[in-house]
Design a protein around this ligand. Structure first.
Ligand code: ZN
Length: 151
């Protein structure tokens, strides 16, 4: 188990140090910002929606390792997904990180790459860091450009 934890740490730090899709995508037609005042995280998420599909996704901002790694992983995972598919992934992820001890192995496995962030469910204060980019993406998918806060 501790080896697994170390692996997860390594993945999170890698995404923190080298965030993927850290840019405004060309032709972006959606933008939403997310702020987590408790931790000081601030993230902007852009998307280019074409025919209900996330043709491109990117983000910029400043935040802790958890919020940055989550945003980076998110951009990789939701790219080329439809809006509904992206929302379904967020719902599963949110259920796990808010699930505390109730989460079972099948739920964890359903997260795929995001499983590296599942450990935050033991640290309620960090759940907002882990879901910040996803809340911003959800707002961006709703259509209008806006700002979201975890408060
Ligand atoms: Zn944070």
């Amino acid at each position: 188990m501790s080896e697994l934890r170390e692996l997860y740490q390594t993945v999170i730090l890698d995404h923190y140090k080298k965030p993927r899709n850290y840019r405004k995508p060309e032709g972006a037609n959606r933008l939403a910002e997310g702020r987590n005042p408790l931790c000081g995280d601030h993230i902007k998420v852009w998307a280019r929606i074409e025919d209900d599909r996330l043709a491109d996704v990117g983000f910029e901002g400043s935040g802790c390792a958890i919020s940055t790694a989550s945003a980076s992983l998110m951009t990789e995972i939701v790219k080329a997904k439809t809006r509904d598919e992206a929302r379904a992934i967020f719902t599963r992820f949110r259920d796990v990180v808010l699930g505390g001890q109730q989460v079972d192995g099948a739920e964890l496995a359903s997260l795929g790459k995001l499983e590296v962030l599942a450990g935050v469910r033991e640290f309620p204060a960090r759940v907002k860091c882990a879901t910040l980019a996803w809340h911003a993406l959800e707002a961006a998918l709703e259509g209008s450009s806006e700002s979201v806060s975890t408060e």
